[in-house]
Design a protein around this ligand. Structure first.
Ligand code: PLP
Length: 560
C-alpha cells in the first residue's frame, strides 16, 4: 500500500491549507514575560492558554500505548476526532463514508453536518462483519470506513481476520472505534499502525476510565495522517483542566484495572442471572461494558423500568435489534436492583426485599468467593485449614487440644467465618509445634482468602470483654507485626502453656501478614485469653467486611 495514502485521500483544501499559528506555537519556552497572546497577567494559572499540542499528555499516552507522540491527536471527546476526520478527508457533496449498521450514531450525524454521504452495510444476523458486502459497496469516493469494535450497540468484537481483510482491501482509511476495547478479551489495533498505513484507531477516556465529564478522545494513526488532522483541529481544543485531570488519572491508574475487572465480572453475573428470568428472551454476548437483551415488549419494559428509577437504552428500533434493550453495567447494587425489577415484571412488586427474594443472585454478587484451603505438613504436624470469610460461623475444629479448639471456635463464631481446622500433631512430645503451625496455617488461610483485598475495610478494632479487658487492633496491610501487652501468671490454661500465647499470635500475624496490637488486663486467666481470641475475631470481622460495589484498595499506595 502507498505510504502516502494520507495525502492521496485528503481534501485538496486541507493539503494546501496554512494552519493557524498561535502565540504558544511561535514561542514554546516556559520562562519569560508573556506579552504575546493578549492574555491577562492576572488570575494565574487560568489566565494562560492551554498547550495547543498537549505535549505532556500526548507523551504520557504515547508511553502507555507504545506508540510515538506524533501518532496521536487528542480531541474534545472522540466526537471531535470523528469530526476532524470528516473535515480533513471528505469533500462535502462529493465524498462518501461507509459504516456498518447498527452502530454508533455519531458517525452519521458528523457526516450530515459535514455534507458527506453516509452509507451503511447491514451486519450479518449474528452481528459479524459482512466483509464482502462492505468491499462491494465501497467506491472510489468512499474515504472512510467506520468499524466500531467492540460494536455499539451490539456489544461484540469483530474477528481479527475480518478486520485485517478490510484494512488490506479497503482503499480509504479504516477508522476502528475502540471506545470499549478495555472491556474486551482481545487487544487493541493501536499496535498495528505500522502494518496498516490506512488505519486510524479511536479511543476515549469516557468509558473504562470513568472520565466522560472531562471530554478527552484520542486518535492514533500514522504521523502523516496525524499531521493533516493537526492542521484542521481548533488550536486550543483540549482545555487546561482536561489536560491536567487526564495527566493525573493516567499517572495514577492503579484503580483502573480493578474497575475493569469488577465491571467485566458484573457483566458475566448479570448476563447469567438475566438469562434465567422469564421476561428475558435472549441475552447477547458482549465484549463491552453493556449488552443487549431481547424481550417481547421492549417499549413497555423500558417504561416500566423508568417508573422504577432505572434508565436503560431502548434500541428496539435499530436494524437487527428488534425487541432489544441495551443495559450498561452499574455497581453490583444497581445491577441487583435491575434484576429484581425485571424479575418482578409485569406486576412490579413493591417493597421487594433482595435478601428474602433474591438470595441466590445476591450470593453470586459476593464475588469472587473468599475461600481458602491451606495444607501444611511437616515432620511434626499435619494441618488442614479451610476458611470461608463470607460464611455463617460454621466450625469443625480438632487440634487434639481441647482448650485450643475452644479458642479457635471463638474466632469463627465472632468473626462470622466458616472455619475447619484439622491437626495431627506430635502432642506426645510437646504442644509447641501444634500451636505454632496451626496459627501460621490459619493466618495464611486468611491471607489467601482475602485475595486482592479490594473493597475490604482493612482495619479492625475491638474492646472490652467480660470481666477482662482485651484490646485487639488489626491491620491487614501486608506487614506482619505483633505488639503484645499481656501477662499471665498461671503456667497453663487448659492444656495450653501460657508462655505460648504470644507466640501463637505472632505466628498468626506472620501467616496473615497483618499488624496485631494486643493488650489485655484482668485477673481470671481463662477469661483473659478467651477475651483476646474473641476480640481478635471481632477485629477480623470488621477488617474483612466488604461493601458490595467497593472497587478500591483501602490504601493510598495502591498496594496491600
Ligand atoms: C461512548 C462512545 C464514544 C465516546 O465518545 P466521547 O466523545 O469520547 O465521549 C465513542 N465511540 C463509541 C462507539 C461510543 O459508544
Amino acid at each position: 500500500m502507498n505510504p502516502n495514502i494520507a495525502q492521496k485521500l485528503a481534501r485538496p483544501a486541507i493539503l494546501n491549507l496554512k494552519p493557524y499559528s498561535s502565540a504558544r506555537e511561535e514561542y514554546t519556552g516556559n520562562e519569560g514575560i508573556f506579552l504575546d497572546a493578549n492574555e491577562s497577567p492576572f488570575n494565574k494559572p487560568w489566565n494562560r492558554y492551554p498547550d495547543p499540542f498537549q505535549q505532556r499528555l500526548r507523551q504520557r499516552i504515547a508511553e502507555m500505548k507504545g506508540v510515538e507522540k506524533d501518532n496521536i491527536i487528542l480531541g474534545n471527546g472522540s466526537d471531535e476526532t470523528i469530526d476532524m476526520l470528516f473535515r480533513t478527508f471528505c469533500e462535502p457533496g462529493k465524498d462518501k463514508v461507509l459504516s456498518i449498521s447498527p452502530s454508533y450514531g455519531m458517525y452519521k450525524v458528523s457526516a450530515g453536518i459535514n455534507g458527506v454521504d453516509y452509507e451503511t452495510v447491514l451486519l450479518n444476523d449474528d452481528f459479524s462483519l459482512p466483509v464482502e458486502r462492505i468491499l462491494e459497496k465501497a467506491s472510489e469516493n468512499t474515504k472512510l470506513l467506520f468499524l466500531c469494535s467492540p460494536n455499539n450497540p451490539t456489544g461484540n468484537r469483530f474477528k481479527d481476520e475480518d478486520m485485517r481483510t478490510l484494512m488490506q482491501e479497503f482503499q480509504g482509511l479504516v477508522v476502528v472505534d475502540e471506545a470499549y476495547v478495555d472491556f474486551s478479551s482481545g487487544g487493541s489495533w493501536v499496535n498495528s499502525l505500522e502494518e496498516f498505513p490506512n488505519l486510524v484507531v479511536l479511543q476515549t477516556l469516557s468509558k473504562s476510565w470513568g472520565l466522560a465529564a472531562i471530554r478527552l478522545g484520542m486518535a492514533f494513526a500514522s504521523s502523516e495522517i496525524i499531521s493533516l488532522l493537526m492542521k484542521v483541529k481548533p488550536p486550543y481544543n483540549v482545555n487546561t483542566l482536561t489536560q491536567e485531570k487526564a495527566l493525573e488519572a493516567l499517572s495514577n491508574n492503579s484503580r483502573l484495572e480493578n474497575r475493569i475487572k469488577l465491571i467485566i465480572n458484573e457483566r458475566e453475573i448479570l448476563m447469567k442471572a438475566l438469562s434465567v428470568i422469564s421476561v428475558v428472551k435472549k441475552v447477547f454476548p458482549s465484549d463491552a461494558n453493556f449488552f443487549l437483551i431481547k424481550v417481547d415488549n421492549p417499549d413497555g419494559i423500558y417504561k416500566y423500568l423508568i417508573e422504577r428509577g432505572i434508565i436503560v437504552r431502548n434500541r428496539s428500533k435499530e436494524p437487527l435489534c428488534e425487541g432489544c434493550l441495551r443495559i450498561s453495567m452499574g455497581t453490583p447494587k444497581q445491577n441487583q436492583y435491575l434484576l429484581e425489577q425485571l424479575n418482578a415484571y409485569p406486576l412490579g412488586i413493591q417493597g421487594f426485599k433482595p435478601d428474602e427474594h433474591w438470595k441466590p443472585i445476591a450470593d453470586w454478587l459476593v464475588t469472587p468467593p473468599r475461600k481458602a484451603v491451606k495444607k501444611r505438613k511437616t515432620k511434626e504436624t499435619d494441618i488442614t485449614v479451610e476458611i470461608d470469610l463470607d460464611g455463617n460461623a460454621k466450625t469443625d475444629i480438632s487440634t487434639g487440644l481441647g482448650f485450643y479448639d475452644h479458642m479457635l471456635e471463638q474466632i469463627a463464631r465472632h468473626s462470622g467465618c466458616d472455619l475447619t481446622v484439622q491437626v495431627k500433631g506430635d502432642l506426645h512430645i510437646d504442644e509447641h509445634h501444634t500451636l505454632e503451625d496451626t496459627a501460621i496455617a490459619l493466618g495464611e488461610a486468611f491471607a489467601e482468602a482475602l485475595g486482592n483485598k479490594i473493597g475490604i475495610e482493612r482495619y479492625g478494632f475491638a474492646l472490652p470483654m467480660d470481666d477482662c479487658a482485651a484490646m485487639v487492633l488489626l491491620d491487614f496491610g501486608g506487614r506482619p507485626e505483633l505488639v503484645w501487652d499481656a501477662k499471665f501468671k498461671r503456667e497453663k490454661v487448659g492444656e495450653l502453656p501460657t508462655e505460648m500465647f504470644e507466640h501463637i499470635f505472632k505466628s498468626f500475624a506472620v501467616g496473615a501478614r497483618c499488624n496485631l496490637y494486643i493488650k489485655a488486663r484482668g485477673k481470671n486467666e481463662h477469661h483473659k485469653i478467651e477475651a483476646i481470641f474473641k476480640a481478635l475475631a471481632r477485629a477480623i470481622r470488621m477488617a474483612i467486611k466488604r461493601e458490595p460495589g467497593a472497587d478500591f484498595l483501602p490504601s493510598t499506595k495502591g498496594l496491600l
